[in-house]
Design a protein. Structure first.
Length: 307
């Protein structure tokens, strides 16, 4: 069915459940705060997953532009881990299955790649498609991180999108896939996390949490974020100490806070993930609410996939 030069199945697609949501995160352009990198690693390391198929590196990568790393020990090579772009079947904390497209953004064959992804979405009767991305913005780390939402999910856009520009943007493969999905009227949402520009080159755990919360809003999936939240608290404590010791940085943060607060006063968009005090509920509260939600769905909507 698919061009085996591009996509190689590890499982028979007929063995997979139909109607699952698709979540995607491709590293490459921008990835401010290491958001996509963190999300991909955290989900595959923290959740049960099964490889559905992989994409062929030799068709998609310019090796001379981004050379893979080999481990060299004294006199010989000891390890080599090739780049990965794969589709996996993953189960969230409530054992809800979803499809996860993750790995690098291809250098070549974007049209062929997007065509293949759309074929997979059609063959697996994917219910909704959501993807995450991140860009640097002049916003302070002392405020809740916002997202810009693209796609045709008006319910998600109305609830979460805090910045809605009209402008040209450098394209990514996921932009192309989203554009094609919109042409087919397939429910899709892209979440771009707005990361403080001065933290764009570091791994910012809170930004990864914001990305996962956004996907939760779009899909109802629940992700384990306790370790990311703890890392985020430690990270912000370290940033706070640096700000205290740097008067110029302190002035910059104060200026960003003033601009941010002024903008949000004119564009209040309350997040449904927050309570009346503007705090994010605990994981137990969210899980309890999602269990109530799932109990009201169709009987087969939350059945786990049996390997």
């Amino acid at each position: 069915m698919f061009d085996d030069r591009l996509f190689r199945e590890a499982l028979e697609l007929s063995e997979l459940p139909k109607g699952l949501p698709l979540v995607a995160g491709l590293t490459g352009f921008a990835d401010a705060g290491g958001v996509v990198t963190q999300v991909n690693k955290y989900l595959l390391d923290s959740l049960e997953s099964t490889r559905v198929g992989t994409f062929n590196n030799d068709e998609l990568i310019d090796y001379r532009a981004r050379r893979p790393l080999f481990q060299f020990e004294e006199t010989h090579l000891t390890d080599y881990e090739p780049p990965r772009l794969s589709l996996d079947l993953v189960h969230d904390e409530l054992d809800q299955p979803f499809l996860f497209l993750s790995g690098y953004e291809p250098d070549f064959r974007w049209e062929a790649m997007s065509h293949t992804v759309l074929e997979l979405i059609a063959a697996l009767e994917v219910s909704t498609s959501s993807w995450v991305h991140a860009i640097p913005m002049p916003v302070p780390h002392t405020r809740s991180l916002g997202v810009t939402v693209s796609g045709n999910r008006e319910d998600v856009t109305d609830a979460l999108s805090v910045w809605r520009p009209t402008t040209g943007v450098p394209g990514t493969l996921m932009h192309l896939i989203e554009y094609r999905l919109q042409e087919q009227e397939h429910p899709t949402a892209g979440f771009v996390v707005l990361v403080p520009h001065y933290l764009a080159d570091t791994e910012f755990p809170d930004a990864a949490v914001t990305a996962l919360q956004s996907v939760t809003k779009a899909t109802g999936l629940i992700f384990p974020t306790d370790a990311l939240r703890e890392a985020g608290r430690e990270f912000l404590t370290g940033i706070g100490k640096q700000v205290e010791d740097n008067h110029e940085l302190e002035k910059l943060i104060a200026s960003l806070e003033k601009r941010h607060d002024s903008y949000m006063e004119d564009n209040p968009i309350p997040s449904p993930l927050m309570d009346a005090d503007g705090e994010v509920p605990s994981a137990d509260v969210i899980a309890s609410e999602l269990q109530d939600f799932l109990a009201k769905r169709q009987p087969d909507a939350s059945e786990p996939f049996e390997n």
